[in-house]
Write a protein that binds this ligand. Structure first.
Ligand code: LLP
Length: 441
């Protein structure tokens, strides 16, 4: 095959849609994130390495803000998707608030952008008294309360601290959303939220408590949902609740629509602006008559496609009929394929000429579940080559671990032509520091 037709083939078969910031600026050039070569980044920072585009994250936030520009709204980024301090700061600087689910995430927001604490909502099914106290004194916007018992606990903490607590009931709208069962949350059988049929009674009983301020209502029906329909259905049920609350004198100021808007991991051609617009239309259309503030908790949609996990091929190994590409990244660095059978596109940083081959891409961890792809057709790769796992910006580093005593990757944030280290690679000293070696005497 001639070099020209080879490159044509590469560009058509693995051409990365513009929904991602990763691209080959010219034929034969290495894969870039914006203006920065991933080859250069690997040399500078080593592998495995998470690389994020600040420009895309900012752009995705802007898409959300534009789609809801017609009304009072606040985008509360779901910190769990990617909790890097530099990313939180970037989003806070552009007006975002945050959805947190632990005291640890609150500390991250306070470290990265203390001025944004008034834009924080606190979700999660099991908040401790200490977490509630810290959030109350820090002055967060509201607690998304997940049970009656939690509401009682919140009232008790508020009374103790003499600080009124703003709350939203997280209601479970009993809406089915097509997604992986581990990340679906909006059905009555799930552990999340309060049965929407109980909400009226609970709001009424809370109205008598001077330490509680019924600020809003919230839902979150699941994650990686690509259709706007279930979001609209959930909001219709919420609107029905609002209509039951008004006649009894309870006028809520906020509706929190949760997160969950999905992306296309298979690299299909999807238009992010159109998807957010469709979502915004469904959500707002179902809330006719509600004049208050809309809160949104996107996580994945803002950061997933901005990130890639850059890794080096250690071995190409054959076992019978199978070929395994062994990389220096593993399931501890990116667990999504192992945990959710998730698909991540894999591309070579410098594609080689030659016939593609069907391979398994695996890490060095001692588990058969340690794979990134199975029976995947890849352009030829050799030991030492760099490959990138795409769409790894959300729930990648955030779900990483030290399994097999592996140091977690470094993280780099690319802005224009600048690449900045936002988290250094862990060292063995970091890993051993909390441990106590018990000696016999
Ligand atoms: N709000 C609440 C209350 C949530 O529980 C979540 C995600 C979000 C917002 C953000 O959802 P997003 O916009 O990112 O879909 N680890 C899984 C995803 C778990 C999502 C958990 N909750 C994955 O890698 O696919």
């Amino acid at each position: 095959m001639s070099a020209t037709s080879y490159w044509k083939l590469i560009l058509t078969t693995i051409s990365i849609p513009s929904t991602r910031p990763f691209h080959h600026p010219q034929r034969h050039s290495a894969l870039h994130c914006g203006k920065v070569s991933l080859e250069t980044l690997a040399k500078r920072f080593g592998t495995p390495l998470y690389v994020y585009s600040a420009d895309q994250i900012a752009e995705r936030l802007r898409l959300f803000q534009q789609a809801f520009a017609g009304r009072d709204h606040l985008v509360c980024y779901a910190v769990k998707a990617n909790s890097a301090l530099a990313i939180l700061k970037l989003l806070a600087d552009r007006g975002a608030g945050f959805d947190i689910v632990s005291g640890g995430e609150l500390e991250r927001v306070l470290a990265a952008a203390p001025e944004a604490v008034g834009r924080v909502v606190f979700s999660g099914v099991g908040k401790t008294a200490a977490e509630i106290d810290r959030a109350l004194t820090a002055g967060i916007l509201a607690f998304n309360v997940e049970s009656e018992a939690e509401l009682e606990m919140l009232a008790a903490r508020a009374r103790r601290l003499k600080q009124k607590a703003r709350f939203a009931l997280r209601v479970n709208p009993d809406v089915f959303a097509e997604t992986h069962p581990y990340i679906s949350t909006g059905l009555r059988e799930h552990k999340f939220g309060i049965d929407i049929r109980q909400a009226l009674r609970i709001y009424q009983s809370a109205a008598g408590n001077r330490w509680l301020d019924a600020h809003g209502v919230s839902v979150h029906i699941g994650s990686q949902i690509r259709s706007a329909v279930p979001f609209g259905a959930a909001m219709e049920r919420v609107n029905k609740l609002l209509k039951q609350l008004r006649p009894v004198g309870i006028e809520l100021k906020t509706v929190d629509a949760g997160g969950g808007l999905g992306i296309d991991y298979h690299g299909g051609s999807f238009d992010p602006a159109a998807r957010v617009h469709e979502y915004a239309t469904a959500v707002q259309g179902a809330l006719q008559g509600f004049e208050g503030r809309l809160l949104l908790e996107p996580g994945r949609f803002l950061v997933a496609q901005a990130g890639a996990l850059l890794t080096r091929v250690l071995q190409v190994k054959r076992n019978g009929k199978k070929t395994f590409v062994v990389t220096d990244a593993a399931m501890n660095d990116l667990i999504r394929p192992a945990l959710y059978q998730a698909h991540h596109e894999i591309v070579s940083v410098k594609p080689r000429a030659g016939r593609g081959r069907v391979v398994d891409v695996v890490g060095p961890v001692c588990e058969s579940g340690d794979f990134f792809a199975r029976d995947r057709k890849l352009a030829p790769v050799e030991p030492g080559d760099l490959i990138a796992l795409l769409d790894a910006g959300a729930y990648g580093m955030a779900q990483s671990s030290n399994y097999n005593t592996r140091m977690r990757p470094a993280e780099v944030l690319v802005e224009g032509a600048k690449a900045r280290l936002i988290r250094r690679r862990e060292t063995i000293a970091d890993l051993l520091a909390p441990e106590v070696l018990v000696k016999d005497n």
